[in-house]
Design a protein. Structure first.
Length: 289
């Protein structure tokens, strides 16, 4: 009986000792975690950017790219496999886009076949110009704005019209227009979202209002404003309005030059693929380390 009582006392003391040690251990652990938490801090935006730029610079150095351009910009730039200029070859014809050095065609535009861009003309982002058979001619200082589609007819419309689309000088064609086998003389303005059907014609210093449809074989006389679907005569343009058509075209020449410098590499933020090609590298995802 005495042995049993002593065993029970010993077991009780052991449990208290273990419990006390466990509490001490837990308290020490909590204190350690608390100290560790107090020593932690969030990384700042500047530090994160610096770390990224350091990693980018190391990647570019391994790749052998020139260091005279902002590495963060060059690394972020993505090379697109889109082909802006698409030549069409056949047994009898060699249809290839002809773009003068002074012209600007956005990288995401598409010029297919027999397309001519005269000096200081501009074809903006998302445009499609497709000349499978005949000719699409964009005159000097003319701007074709974003998302516009220009095509020619697959064959002659009559004895005097081979189905080509010819646009003169100082012409502004607004966003999201559709032009097919039509003719636009010098210093004209085509409003946003307008449609020029086959054989339609705009004489010099004329204007087509936004959202209008110029029906096939319809002709707008010089100095007039037409609007509607189908488009009809509204009024004569004032001398000031006619002058503004040329001013608008000249303004787009200046803006196009800025975009051309930025995209082609002579501006402050050249793109990656131009730098890589100059360095003699092939451009593509497999080239990156």
């Amino acid at each position: 009986k005495s042995f049993i009582i002593m065993f029970r006392k010993t077991l009780t003391l052991t449990k208290k000792f273990n419990k006390r040690n466990t509490l001490v251990t837990l308290n020490n652990t909590r204190q350690s975690l608390s100290l560790t938490h107090c020593n932690r801090r969030l990384i700042t935006t500047d530090e994160l950017k610096a770390a990224k730029e350091k990693q980018v610079q190391e990647d570019l150095e391994r790749f052998g790219v020139a260091e005279d351009v902002d590495p963060y910009i060059k690394y972020k730039d993505e090379w697109s496999k889109h082909r802006r200029d698409v030549p069409l070859w056949s047994v009898s014809n060699r249809l290839k886009p002809l773009i003068t050095d002074e012209a600007f065609a956005a990288p995401c535009a598409t010029l297919i076949g027999n397309v001519e861009l005269w000096p200081q003309s501009s074809v903006w982002y998302g445009c499609t110009l497709k000349a499978d058979v005949n000719l699409i001619q964009i005159g000097a200082l003319t701007n074709i704005q974003d998302k516009t589609v220009i095509t020619e007819a697959i064959g002659p419309l009559d004895a005097d019209h081979d189905g080509s689309t010819v646009i003169g000088h100082y012409v502004t064609v607004g966003h999201k227009c559709v032009l097919r086998a039509c003719t636009i003389e010098n210093q004209c303005l085509v409003g946003i979202g307008s449609v020029l059907e086959e054989g339609s014609y705009m004489e010099t210093k004329s204007q087509l209002g936004a959202g209008s449809v110029l029906a096939a074989n319809t002709r707008i006389p010089s100095g007039q404003l037409w609007m509607g679907n189908p488009a009809k005569y509204v009024r004569d343009l004032t001398p000031e309005e006619q002058e503004n058509i040329m001013t608008s075209a000249q303004r787009y020449v200046d803006v196009a030059n800025q975009h051309k410098e930025a995209i082609l590499g002579s501006g402050p933020y050249p793109t990656a693929h131009w730098e890589l090609e100059k360095a003699g590298h092939k451009v593509g995802a497999q080239e990156w380390p």
